[in-house]
Design a binder for this molecule. Structure first.
Ligand code: ZN
Length: 308
C-alpha cells in the first residue's frame, strides 16, 4: 500500500524536523525533566524549571569514527562526571519536586572538548565544531530560560581531577595566585570583577573574599557537610598545590561581562569519596542540593524547598 501524498509530506516534514535537531526549539518551550538531543545525539539537554543549570562536558564516552581524534590538549575523560551530574539532578528532584537543567556532552574528550574555545575543542573537524556549537547554544538556551523564569541563573560546571589532595576545587575563574592573597589585599585587587560571582558581588557589595571563602560561602557550606573544599573557611587559599580555577565554560557563560544575571562556579571533584561509587555520587548530590538551598536562599532570596 502506497502512503498518500499528504501522509508522505507529513513524514518528510517530520524527518526534516529531526534532521534540524530538536535542540533548536527554545528551551522555555520544553518539558522539565525531559531529554532533548541534537540530530547526531552528541549533545543532551535535560530541560529544567529551577534556576540551576548543570553542565558535564567531560563525561562522554562516544568515539565515532566520523570524527578524527584530537591531537592537541588533554584527551582523557573525567570519569563518572555525567553520572555525577545526573545524581545531582535526582537529588534536587527528590528534594524539590522540580528539575535543574543539564547540558551533557556524549562525545569522548578525545573527539571534542567543549570546555575549550572552538579551535582547541574541535581542532578543525566540522562535525565536532557543530557539536561544540550545539553544546554552547544549549547552555545559552538553558540560562536564558532560567533568567526569564527566575530573574537569575546559577551555572555549575562539573569536572573530575586527580590531584594529590582529594578536595573539591571550586573554580570561580580566579586562579591560585589571585586567591593566595590575604582577604584585605584580595578585596583591594578588584579581581572579583573577573570571576563567576561578579554579578552577585556587584549586587550585594561587601567583602569579595568573604563571599568566596567566609562563613556561608559555597566552600564553607560543603566543608560543614563533610566534603573538603578550597577556597573555604578552613582552606581559604589553594596554596602551592595544583588547583583548577575554572575553564572556558564558566568564563564564557558566567564570568564574562556580557552575562548579567548569571553566576556560577566550576566544581572539580576528586574521585575517592565523590565520583567513585553510586553511593558516594548520591551523597555528594544530596550535599550539593543542601548547599544550594542555603546559598540560593541567603544570596538570591530563592527558596529551593517545596512549600510546607
Ligand atoms: Zn574536566
Amino acid at each position: 500500500m502506497k502512503p498518500d501524498p499528504v501522509r508522505r509530506r507529513l513524514l518528510g516534514l517530520l524527518a526534516l524536523g529531526l534532521l534540524a535537531g530538536i535542540l533548536s526549539v527554545a528551551a522555555a518551550e520544553k518539558t522539565p525533566g525531559q531529554s532533548y538531543f541534537d540530530a547526531a545525539r552528541y549533545v543532551e539537554y535535560v530541560a529544567g524549571d529551577l534556576p540551576i543549570v548543570l553542565t558535564a562536558p567531560h563525561g562522554g564516552r562516544l568515539k565515532p569514527d566520523a570524527i578524527p581524534n584530537r591531537t592537541k590538549g588533554v584527551t582523557d575523560m573525567d570519569a563518572n562526571t555525567q553520572e555525577l551530574a545526573r545524581a545531582v539532578l535526582d537529588a534536587l528532584r527528590a528534594r524539590t519536586g522540580r528539575h535543574a537543567h543539564l547540558v551533557a556532552s556524549h562525545l569522548h574528550r578525545s573527539k571534542l572538548d567543549p570546555n575549550r574555545e572552538i579551535e582547541e575543542a574541535a581542532q578543525g573537524d566540522p562535525i565536532a565544531q557543530r557539536a561544540w556549537r550545539d553544546f554552547h547554544a544549549a547552555i545559552e538556551g538553558a540560562l536564558a530560560a532560567a533568567v526569564a523564569r527566575h530573574g537569575f541563573a546559577f551555572l555549575i560546571d562539573l569536572h573530575g581531577h586527580a590531584h594529590p589532595i582529594a578536595r573539591l576545587e571550586i573554580g570561580y575563574a580566579l586562579d591560585a595566585k589571585q586567591l593566595n592573597r590575604d582577604d584585605k589585599s584580595f578585596d583591594a585587587s578588584g579581581v572579583m570583577q573577573l570571576g563567576t560571582l561578579r554579578d552577585l558581588h556587584a549586587r550585594l557589595g561587601g567583602s569579595a573574599a568573604a563571599l568566596l571563602r567566609g562563613p556561608g560561602s559555597l566552600g564553607d557550606l560543603f566543608e560543614a557537610r563533610g566534603l573538603r573544599a578550597t577556597p573555604s573557611l578552613k582552606e581559604p587559599q589553594p596554596g602551592e598545590h595544583p588547583f583548577f580555577s575554572g575553564g572556558y565554560i564558566v568564563r564564557r557563560h558566567a564570568a564574562a561581562p556580557d552575562t548579567p544575571k548569571v553566576d556560577g562556579l566550576q566544581i572539580e571533584c576528586p574521585r575517592p569519596g565523590v565520583r567513585d561509587t553510586p553511593e558516594n555520587r548520591a551523597r555528594f548530590a544530596k550535599i550539593t542540593a543542601e548547599v544550594l538551598a542555603v546559598f540560593l536562599k541567603a544570596n538570591y532570596g530563592f527558596d529551593l524547598d517545596p512549600k510546607k
